[in-house]
Design a binder for this molecule. Sequence first.
Ligand code: ADP
Ligand code: ZN
Ligand code: ZN
Length: 724
Amino acid sequence: MPVIRVALPLPLRQHFDYLLSAEQQVQIGSRLRVPFGKRELIGIAWQLNPADHYPLAQLKPIIAIIDPQPVLTEPLRQLLTFAAEYYHHPLGEVLTAALPALLREGKSLADYQQYAWQLTAAGAGATTADFKRSPRQLALWQALQPGSLAATELLANHPRKALQQLAEKGLIQQQLLPLTPFSQRGLKQPALQLTADQALAVTAINQTANRFQCLLLEGVTGSGKTEVYLQAIAPLLDTGQQVLVIVPEIGLTPQTLARFQSRFQAPVLCWHSNLTDTERLNCWRQTQAGSAAIVIGTRSALFLPFARLGLIIIDEEHDQSLKQQDGFRYHARDLAIKRAAIESCPILLGSATPSLESLYNCQQQRFIPLSLHNRAGGQAMPRYKLVDLKQQVLQFGLASQTLQSIRQQLQQGLQVMLFLNRRGFAPALSCQECGWMTECHRCSAFTTYHKQSRQLVCHHCGATKAVPRQCKQCGSARLAPVGQGTEQLEENLQQLFPEVAITRLDRDTTRRKGALNSALQSINQSGPRLILGTQMLAKGHHFPFVTLVVIVDVDGALYSSDFRAPEQLAQLLTQVAGRAGRGSSPGTVLLQTHHPEHALLQDIIHNGYASFARSALLERQQTRLPPYQHLALFRAEAVQSALCQQWLTELAAIAKTLPGLELLGPLSSPMEKRAGKFRWQLHLYSSQRPLLHQALTTLLATLQSWALSRQVKWQLDVDPVDLS
Ligand code: ADP
Ligand code: ZN
Ligand code: ZN
């Protein structure tokens, strides 16, 4: 009897085999319904007759075959198998990351239908004059080309109401969308005349078509990387190839989407966590059928089933959020490189501040380096100025020199951006009598005071509490905020500049759907404005009227124990600074610090990121840190600190006997307690990746059987980017 090995969506590191009857024809990669204990599960047929002998009597037959055709094609199965092995993560959970929810629930693709909008004859005959009083309907009408169908997803950035209104007027109608490869060719808008650097980059990228090659595009902020992407893509679309563009943040998808959609006739779709399950399935189907030409998405877009993938682009490749920080901890850039290798297509990484890993790969001649040295419109790079905060009287955390510069810019009708990487009103409340500070009882951290919502919020575990009236320690009622967050800075700025418009961008102000977009739109209008926010400001946005950037407080990040902290600070500073002077007026960046002599600050302001990165790599080499060694991290969490320590000590004892490893720890995590649990780590370094992997395999096999492994919550993080 044939046996089928099934990948099930379970967090278990073991295989599940089932029986097939002689007449059951199963395609590898298709979904099956199988019994599991008292439940039924949906899994993927993974391998036929994987071994020679089976305890046949113990195997159960499958219940049903769901798909006649595989939903996971061979290249994707190869990628997922690789990912499960590389990250030592259960295959079932890797699958969960890769399949849309509706497919995991067993929705049949046979009854799947998808609709599209089309102009009616009346709609094709309408003119702009018909939409005088409704710009939204006009925009929608213009987005629809006579004679062609637009899948509902393509119109996602148009309000639903406008769709209804045009349909009621009989100008548009719905049709079934045929799932066939896209046939639209050519441009909607002409391409820009490339600069010499851009032209070189586009040529180099196009020379890699149809084979695996990794390229790194290092282009200073505002140098026109997106234009390079667009022009590198154009010839691929003309040959019917598809393109995947990964962006680190969901917030970047709308503006990137708009730029791509206005350039190409071919359909450009987006993929991110705010889509509904149906929208996700639709996008998945359209990539599989080849009717989506370009998909712009966050991390998990790399698992989409492209029919003919011609190029992958990772924008802002240095960004930490490309690494999944919980569960299946994969790095989207690294897995995308593997995907490109499997698909034999090129992959382009872009950034103004490339990761040290990617720069190292260029040095090793694994990646082709491409550079854009200047801003595309000929604008000067912003100038840095250090503002020494020592012995200064500050007004709301701002030096008088800073205030003066802000005032000058505003008077000239220009915009100023203030960067402060702390949301909320103040990092804590403190008792004026005894010095007690509000802290989270579940974490080793203070609780942030949010004035508007009148709450104390722990930014680490999310716990919220009402603001106390009295000090817990001495009973005094004199509690006052200490330190400054964006909410407070906004209030301060209102007081200082009552007549100026202010836009605050942080997780609190952008929680509502569409809030970020409308904030970005108001920023893109000229006129004096103060823009303040957290690192959300650093991410790729184009703010044409900002001429002055103030980094309110750099000091917090200067002295950190994390070996990646300098790299991250340098990236953040360069990216934030890069928002200045992208329009016609030159930009200035003011860095407020108590340590103007600090070597890192001096290096960045005088020599720029590229120079910093080179010396930082040298330092990593001397200290034998990644990318010169490979790192894996075991984390342990438990209510009792001693349990974590004991578990990791036993693990370390075994690891010591394995070849090619260097150990660090067990040590308590930089944030020792979070959400009521103590946290410890063990770092495993090796200069040889295969030895590290062998060691991890051995350790994982051993620890499964320990009783203690059930008392601590543990995780393995391969190539960690966040050591907190
Ligand atoms: P980056 O992504 O490198 O920060 P962008 O792609 O956002 O830069 O480009 C910055 C600005 O320069 C945009 O307004 C873009 O339209 C413009 N730009 C890009 N390339 C050119 C070019 N070749 N000629 C003129 N303007 C350009
Ligand atoms: Zn007190
Ligand atoms: Zn907490």
